[in-house]
Design a protein around this ligand. Structure first.
Ligand code: GAL
Length: 380
């Protein structure tokens, strides 16, 4: 009897996760009438992620705490209408074609000057206005294999959309492995004309659970000895400077609130900086970029990436809007760790290039892994 139960249990586990394709449910309609679907990804170790076709967006991410109790650790809304509202500040979306800022919305490529929307005075931000990638409804292809399950989103951004040259074909895949509490986001893009591409995910994390009051009690380590210095409009001056001796020194694990008052008095009004990740270890394809810990829940998040930079943003513009289940998203109640090439790279020859040419393939990958941090044994 016991054996039969055990076999049945094992069958249930595998039928729920491995081999099963993620299922979808309707998530509402966009203002222009497009149906949006929400896919659920899960594994056998307690992680549940939900991703939607609008903006290839991460909508929910449930991970267990030290007692095995799961909470959703990212900000968002209950339906697509919330995501289309003024209260949405790029929550969980795929950001591009070029994430972050481009100075005055201008760049010159192969002798042609291009002009983009100025949607963050006096600069271009996160790919522009109504045709930026976060606002498009993507096509979804769910998949699974013996190691986990995923959803691959694809979209075409036509030549000239938001002022960018070239028809860009983009894929974003979310993948949850069966046996680890992690989610990987992999990006590809191809073009038929030279064009800048810089894609990231804009999830806002609070490891105590979305809607918790603050993120200033989280601690952070960034694997970055340097950062890109910015002017008062958040555009890099081109200088790459050491973090040592500044409020940006997160080489050792540091509580986020510790120095935020002082950095809050600068033009960035808090943490909103691009860190230059230290060179990755030889033979490795990904770099450990960041570690975030929230002590009460015991949740620890590791961010690994193939990208050379990471924008650490401390939710300075969150304004107390209502999110999932009517929860309030207060000023600095969540943080973003946006893996990416440096801001305004298209105007800085000394930065790693963001130009994609015909015949080339843009590839990028970031993994968020969730662990439990054991409290340190008491010293006597
Ligand atoms: C961040 C950016 C911030 C702010 C935010 C969206 O990526 O660095 O300055 O624009 O997105 O509110």
């Amino acid at each position: 009897m016991k054996l039969t139960l055990a076999i049945f249990g094992a069958f249930l586990m595998t039928s729920v996760v491995s081999g099963a394709e993620p299922v979808s449910e309707p998530f509402g309609k966009t203002k222009d009438g497009q149906a949006v679907e929400l896919y659920t990804l899960k594994n056998s170790t307690g992680l549940v992620a939900k991703v939607m076709t609008r903006g290839a967006t991460l909508v929910q991410l449930h991970v267990p705490d030290k007692d095995g109790k799961a909470a959703d650790v990212i900000l968002g809304f209950d339906d697509v209408t919330g995501y289309e509202s003024e209260d949405n500040q790029y929550f969980g979306c795929t950001t591009g074609r070029v994430c972050n800022r481009i100075a005055k919305g201008k760049f010159t490529l192969e002798g042609t000057e291009y002009t983009l929307a100025i949607n963050n005075e006096p600069n271009h931000l996160h790919g522009g206005l109504d045709k930026s990638l976060d606002k498009l409804v993507w096509k979804a292809s769910p998949y699974s294999n013996e190691k986990g399950q995923g959803v691959k989103f694809t979209v075409t951004s036509p030549d000239g959309d938001e002022g960018y040259p070239g028809t860009l074909e983009i894929t974003v895949s979310y993948y949850v492995p069966n046996d680890t509490n992690s989610i990987s986001i992999s990006y590809t893009a191809i073009t038929d004309k030279a064009t800048p591409v810089n894609l990231t995910n804009h999830a806002y994390f609070n490891l105590a659970g979305e809607g918790s009051e603050t993120v200033l009690n989280h601690s952070l380590r960034l694997n970055a000895d340097n950062y890109t210095v910015s002017d008062d409009t958040m555009i890099p001056t081109g200088e790459i400077a050491p973090v040592e001796g500044t409020d940006l020194d997160f080489r050792e694990r540091t509580v986020i609130g510790k120095r935020i008052e002082s950095i809050g008095k600068t033009a960035a009004i808090g943490y909103d900086h691009n860190f230059v990740l230290n060179a990755r270890e030889e033979g490795k394809t990904m770099t450990l970029a960041a570690i975030v810990v929230e002590k009460e829940s015991g949740r620890r998040m590791l961010v690994m990436t193939t990208e050379p930079g990471i924008q650490f943003y401390s939710g300075n513009f969150l304004k107390g809007q209502k999110g999932k289940g009517g929860k309030t998203y207060a000023h600095r109640s969540a943080l973003c760790l946006e893996t990416q090439h440096y801001p305004d790279s298209v105007n800085h020859e000394n930065f790693p290039t963001t130009i994609l040419k015909p015949g080339e393939k843009y590839e990028s990958k970031t993994t968020y892994t969730f662990e439990i941090e054991k409290p340190e044994p008491a010293k006597n």
